[in-house]
Design a protein around this ligand. Structure first.
Ligand code: SF4
Length: 250
């Protein structure tokens, strides 16, 4: 175990002394995020990768397009070392470990979680960078039947091709703002980033800005209102608006 990993897990264990949170006795081989304020209240643990591109140059979000302009995981606290380093560690494992080793690490970590962590968000940052990695999560969800898995993805063709293989405890949501927006199927769950709350309401999308409940409760039209720390310029607002209007036909 690296020093960083040991530190972060100790740090997590300390913070978990809060009586409102479940206790952890296990050590994990990968990094999990227990304190994402949006997710923790729903007892959702998340697994993250670097957003867009790793420090090593590896492309983590192959289909990122306009989303990268407003990606919350490329600003604010997400660019601090204590957030980046664990995600880089996870990515290093994803790209260097044999598939069976990665599946084993993910499943054994999840098996070690306190049972109150019953929901897993795949990627609070990053995406399914390869088909093989996508299949890793199918295998993990099949193994961890007591957990619910969900995630957003811009890998639309990959999802479309494998939708029939998704186990019932894995729910994936198409995310607007990627290179494959043109083939996104709005009859299935999809998520849109709106520049304003008024735009979201006008389009009739359920608000998932502060809670992922609409995502894990399988709503079809999921809306997130931009709330990054970086100022949203008029031109970026225009790009976002044109993109979602094209996709959802608003
Ligand atoms: S795919 Fe997601 S994590 Fe990657 S750049 Fe786009 S919004 Fe960010």
């Amino acid at each position: 175990m690296s020093e960083t990993q040991a530190y972060l897990n100790d740090h997590q264990l300390c913070k978990i002394k809060d009586a409102t949170r479940p206790r952890h006795t296990a050590r994990y081989r990968l990094h999990w995020s227990f304190f994402n304020s949006k997710l923790a209240r729903d007892h959702t643990v998340s697994f993250g990768l670097p957003a867009f591109r790793a420090s090593t140059g590896i492309t983590v979000c192959p289909n990122a397009s306009t989303c990268a302009l407003v990606c919350y995981a490329r600003q604010g606290h997400y660019v601090q070392p204590n957030v980046i380093i664990p995600r880089e560690h996870n990515l290093a494992c994803v790209v260097s470990w044999p598939v069976h080793q990665l599946i084993d690490a993910l499943t054994s970590d999840l098996d070690n979680l306190h049972r109150s962590w019953h929901r897993v968000r795949i990627h609070d940052s990053g995406d399914f960078l390869t088909p093989a990695y996508f299949h890793v999560w199918l295998a993990v969800a099949r193994h961890c039947k007591d957990k619910e898995f969900y995630g957003y993805t811009k890998m639309i063709s990959l999802l479309r091709e494998h939708r029939h293989l998704l186990p019932s405890n894995l729910h994936l949501i198409q995310s607007v703002g990627g290179k494959e927006d043109a083939i996104l199927d709005t009859r299935y769950a999809h998520a849109v980033i709106f520049p304003t709350s008024a735009a979201r309401k006008a389009a009739g999308y359920v608000d998932a800005t502060h809670s992922d409940r609409p995502a894990w409760s399988h709503k079809r039209k999921i809306g997130l209102v931009y709330h990054g720390t970086t100022y949203l310029t008029e031109s970026t607002q225009r790009v976002l608006t044109e993109r979602y209007q094209t996709v959802i036909g608003a």
